[in-house]
Design a binder for this molecule. Structure first.
Ligand code: OXD
Ligand code: MN
Length: 617
């Protein structure tokens, strides 16, 4: 490794002053400071937040929102993750899967080094040591990383999304066991985003635990602790070590105030299927005295079995929430609104901003946009008042975000930082599906549960070439984050969960079934969804029995205790029955989907055939 960093004056004393002692981290910092040509290096600690915020405000990178919240706007072609430009690289061609865009690391590393060489000239390189786990977690050795970023707002987001400070990496048992996560923004105006000349590359060199992201400062591409480490790298580490699963799952707890019983539910949902709203849900008003819902995480869960008690555990490796703002309001997600209120330190990105009143707004925040356009700028920074008549384009970008810490979420669980994690009772999958999928169907067989996760999907609403009724499959909601072949992923799931002496119950949920005639939603959704989850944990506890069907156990209407809910009988019947014809059509699509995964465990195929046979297809 080239250790010179002539461009940074007195790098050694900068690192000394910051208390950065890990020699391998120091070497890594020096190498990348030299390669990227950064003018300065600064080591970041969570305690630097107020100073960095002030610097960002002074520089115009952040604008004030209310009291103690902030606004940032990203380059208009840099507002979302780019799946085509995201690559998993290793030295082993057998790591190529269906969705991981595998490339040889011998090709990608020199390419990325070439792009990053000199690309941070004149800028500060922020060194962000972080931990993606509560300290003391049994998975801590997979959780340490050091992000190098040449973007101050990325450092500020990292402080909210991960535990940040040198103490997380100074005393690693193996000093080299941190993830090397390098982020270089690049010249955003000249990267050809979305064209054949696209220069962006978001690469996880998984077998070297190195992440090299070039060409974006949008959170999903630039907060490397979150998606690149927390999901892609961790999934790979979990598989290679055989120890754990890293999944794009929310995690919540349900407490029965009367009996003191506690249940924990983790689950994956493809995007736009209501995962964040469910993660942050509250009990329905009529059940609020009896049940409390506790928030653990909205996006990532690491799962493992503790050999000491044979139980499945889960934890959220993140420290914050990076949530989609669109349609977040008092009805859909009051908890989220609470968590970004004045004084929370939240950062809003690409929503609409009022430069006079320092307010923010996004589509769905209120039924109508603010009546007086004075001071309002859209997400591109253009004045709303100067829009052409009839210009209905959104004020906020559809992928605009809020970033806030877990501790700001009003119903965060007391033990959300418990290093032991929480016992997982149920694993759920759910996609936005207008027909076929009942409200909930429980699956008590492990291979069938994994099969259900692998065939998870949501309606391909925007796919121009989507076949009517066919889902865009998104196995376990991990399609964009798969880092190794799907057949091995399935085998690893079976292997890890099978170790649990107390098996979790699986379930598929669907809050989005519609009436085929007039299109109305058959289920009220939102807080009422807790009723389906309660039924599921009662089923596991043997308090209800449900009724068996070919695709799992369905609730009997009375087991859902819906008396206080004004639900038409016909709607209720429809969401608690299985449409055999549609299911048989779906089984054909599933077969095609699963055939993409060479070497899928026979148990998964058996589950598929069993369901088809029981349906009578
Ligand atoms: C995502 C996210 O893109 O969580 O999935 O931000
Ligand atoms: Mn996500």
């Amino acid at each position: 490794m080239d250790n010179r960093s002539d461009n940074v004056v007195d790098l050694e004393s900068v690192l000394d002053e910051a208390g950065l002692k890990n020699a391998q981290v120091r070497e890594y910092v020096a190498h990348w400071a030299a390669l990227t040509g950064a003018a300065r290096v600064e080591v970041v600690d969570a305690a630097d937040d107020a100073r960095l915020v002030q610097e960002a405000l002074d520089a115009g990178e952040l604008l004030p929102v209310g009291e103690g919240c902030y606004y940032s706007r990203s380059y208009h072609l840099d507002t979302a993750r780019s799946e085509e430009r995201t690559i998993v690289a290793t030295g082993n061609p057998e790591d190529k899967g269906t969705y991981n865009n595998w490339r040889p690391s011998s090709e990608m590393k020199p390419l990325l080094e070439g792009l990053m060489r000199g690309a941070s000239a004149g800028k500060t390189m922020y060194v962000v040591p972080y931990l993606m786990a509560p300290p003391g977690s049994p998975l801590e050795r997979y959780a340490a990383g050091v992000e190098l970023t040449d973007c101050r707002t990325v450092a500020l987001h990292m402080i909210r999304m991960a535990r940040v400070g040198v103490h997380h990496i100074n005393d690693l048992q193996d000093p080299g066991s941190f993830v090397r996560a390098v982020h270089v923004t690049g010249d955003l105006e000249n990267l050809g985003q979305g064209t054949p000349e696209d220069q962006r590359y978001f690469v996880t060199v998984a077998d070297e635990r190195t992440i090299l992201h070039y060409g974006s400062s949008y959170g999903g591409n630039a907060l490397l602790g979150k998606i690149a480490h927390g999901l892609r790298q961790a999934a790979y580490d979990g598989w290679r070590s055989g120890e754990f699963l890293a999944e794009q799952f929310m995690l919540l707890g349900i407490v029965d105030n009367e009996t003191g019983e506690r249940y924990h539910v983790a689950g994956g949902f493809p995007s736009a299927s209501g995962k964040t709203n469910l993660a942050m849900t509250l009990a329905p008003e009529s059940l609020g005295d009896r049940y409390r819902v506790e928030f653990y995480g909205d996006d990532i869960t690491w799962l493992w079995v503790d050999p000491a008690d044979g139980r499945l555990y889960g934890m959220n490796p993140e420290f914050g929430v990076f949530g989609v703002a669109k349609d977040t309001n008092e009805i859909t997600n009051p908890t989220a609104l609470h968590s970004v209120q004045d004084g929370s330190g939240a950062i809003f990105t690409n929503v609409a901003y009022n430069e006079l009143t320092h307010e923010v707004w996004w589509e769905g925040r209120t039924p109508q946009p603010p009546a007086d356009p004075a001071g309002w700028l859209d997400w591109k920074g253009l004045p709303i008042a100067e829009r052409e008549p009839g210009d209905e384009s959104p004020w906020a970008h559809p992928n605009s975000r809020f970033t806030t810490t877990l501790a700001n979420v009003p119903n965060v669980a007391e033990d959300f930082e418990d290093p032991r994690g929480v016992r997982i009772d149920a694993i759920i999958f759910g996609g936005r599906t207008r027909d076929r999928e009942p409200l909930i169907r429980a699956i008590t067989d492990l291979p069938e549960g994994v099969y259900d996760g692998l065939t998870l999907g949501a309606e391909a609403t925007f796919a121009a070439d989507g076949v009517d009724g066919q889902l865009r499959y998104d196995p376990m909601s991990m399609r964009p984050f798969m880092s190794y072949p799907e057949a091995k992923y399935a085998a690893h799931w079976l292997d890890v969960i099978r170790r649990a002496s107390d098996q979790p119950v699986f379930a598929h949920v669907n809050w989005f079934q519609r009436d085929p005639e007039d299109g109305h939603f058959l289920w009220p959704g939102y807080r009422e969804n807790l009723r389906a989850l309660l039924w599921l944990v009662w089923l596991k506890a043997g308090k209800v029995t449900g009724v068996p069907s070919a695709v799992g156990v369905l609730p009997q209407a009375e087991e859902l205790h819906l008396d206080d809910l004004d639900l038409p009988q016909a709607d209720l019947e429809r969401i608690l029955t299985v449409d055999i014809d549609r299911w048989c059509q779906e089984m054909g699509f599933r077969e095609e989907h699963l055939r993409q995964f060479d070497g899928l465990p026979e148990e998964i195929w058996e589950a598929h055939r069993r369901v088809a046979r029981d349906l009578g297809c």
